[in-house]
Design a protein around this ligand. Structure first.
Ligand SMILES: [Zn+2]
Length: 427
């Protein structure tokens, strides 16, 4: 059985991107409000496009939409999915590229008269962007019935002032079902979750590669309200050895953490370390004062739980040592964070194999940003992501994914979907 031609599917995808852009345009860029206008429009547009491939359309209690092309064995399904909401004035591709690629892959198979090994379901997920509701991955969590207690009744302060439950009911879905954890998807019957998504950093541009398989989604630990306490004193009069300089102590911490990152990176560990905010107190600092206080926030990410633990231990040792040496005291403040999500190695291998078969470069990388795939992976569903090269980052109107790169990923995905049942169940 040869691989189906994806030209017709690529044409459908190109026209869908255009129509989606026009229908949700909000200059500059697009706005697809979760449980609002743009998201609804996007759901209707992709469902209409999928109808040409004889798919079955279903909604779950939360209003996530599932478009299923029947497979040879209907007891299991392969899910291709992503979200259809966007940030305000975002780009056309973040989220939508994954759903549109799923629709296009269904068309490629249907046009060639090929039935996939299992049902092939495109999941159009809601509310992934945390700018609408103050919670991540609402669509994938409700789709799998794992939304945490109380989230349905959290108020959306970003615009409407209504709860998630009110939004769900307003669109004619079933908030009580969501509260009960009703789910249309059953993790036990999902052979694989595949999420194509634009890369949100320039790593693939830098490496001159059209796409990559994703090995894992980084988890994190964060200290958003760290304070270094020193002592204010006169810049001209205070001798060096008597100072308690919070600026010097903080700078030493930044340098120590950067050196640790360099060392672990050389050992092959996956890691990012970022001090996103760092400053003296504007109410008290001055040109001629030794800094008595510095506020910092730290965001550390890795796809390895062990690496995160190791870095956090080192951080605690650094603040003790630097505090003692500089006569200052670090208060780390409240800690937050998320678990890393590992993609399934056999699915990563299948993506790479498909790339090889289509004469595409083979590359594997970590995802620095969070995605719905993390929910699927952490619910025990074998998952993988396919990153597509994209210029100018995401969450802005200047996202720029070339259709050639999308089509390369579509060819690889379609190739992958030709795999027999046994390949999907290998773990
Ligand atoms: Zn996204």
């Amino acid at each position: 059985m040869g691989t189906p031609d994806t030209d017709g599917a690529a044409k459908l995808a190109a026209s869908l991107f255009d129509r989606l852009f026009e229908a949700t345009r909000d200059d500059p860029g697009v706005t697809r409000i979760a449980y609002g206008e743009g998201e609804q429009t996007a759901f209707a547009l992709v469902a209409e496009a999928a109808a040409t491939s004889r798919v079955e359309r279903t909604f779950d209690a939360a209003g996530n939409q599932f478009l299923t092309l029947p497979g040879l064995d209907r007891s299991k399904r392969i899910v291709i999915g992503s979200h259809l909401d966007s940030v305000p004035h975002g780009g056309n591709f973040d989220g939508a590229a994954g759903v549109i690629m799923g629709i296009a892959a269904q068309k490629a198979l249907a046009d060639a008269g090929i039935q996939p090994a299992f049902d092939l379901t495109v999941a159009c997920l809601r509310a992934e962007e945390s700018c609408w509701f103050p919670h991540s991955y609402i669509g994938s969590k409700t789709a799998l019935g794992v939304l945490e207690n109380g989230i349905a009744d959290q108020v959306r302060r970003s615009d409407t002032g209504q709860t998630l439950a009110e939004h769900i009911d307003a669109l004619g879905f079933d908030a009580d079902g969501v509260r009960r954890g009703d789910a249309w998807l059953d993790p036990a019957t999902i052979a694989a979750y595949i999420e194509p998504h634009i890369e949100q950093a320039p790593a693939l541009i830098d490496a001159d590669l059209p796409l990559a398989a994703v090995s894992g989604i980084r988890g994190s630990f964060r200290y958003r309200e760290m304070v270094c306490h020193g002592e204010y004193s006169h810049s001209g009069a205070m001798p060096r050895h008597l100072r308690h300089d919070a600026a010097v102590a903080s700078a030493r911490l930044v340098v120590a953490m950067q050196a640790l990152w360099e060392r672990l990176e050389a050992e092959g560990e996956d890691l990012t370390v970022t001090f996103g905010q760092l400053g003296t107190d504007p109410a008290n600092h001055s040109f001629s004062k030794v800094a008595g206080e510095v506020r910092l926030c730290l965001d550390v990410r890795s796809q390895s739980k062990e690496t995160l633990g190791r870095v956090e231990n080192e951080l605690k040792a650094f603040v003790d040592t630097i505090g003692a040496e500089t006569g200052t005291r670090f208060d780390l403040g409240p800690r937050s964070g998320s678990e890393p999500a590992m993609m399934a190695p056999h699915l990563v291998a299948m993506v790479n194999e498909a790339c090889r078969a289509k004469n595409l470069p083979v590359h594997t990388m970590a995802s620095g940003a969070g995605h719905d795939a993390a929910t699927f992976a952490n619910t025990g569903v074998p998952s993988v992501m396919i990153f597509i090269r994209n210029a100018n980052g995401s969450h802005n109107p200047d996202e720029a994914m070339a259709l050639e790169d999308f089509n390369a990923a579509l060819a690889a995905l379609t190739q992958m979907l030709m795999a027999r049942a046994a390949a999907w169940t290998l773990k």
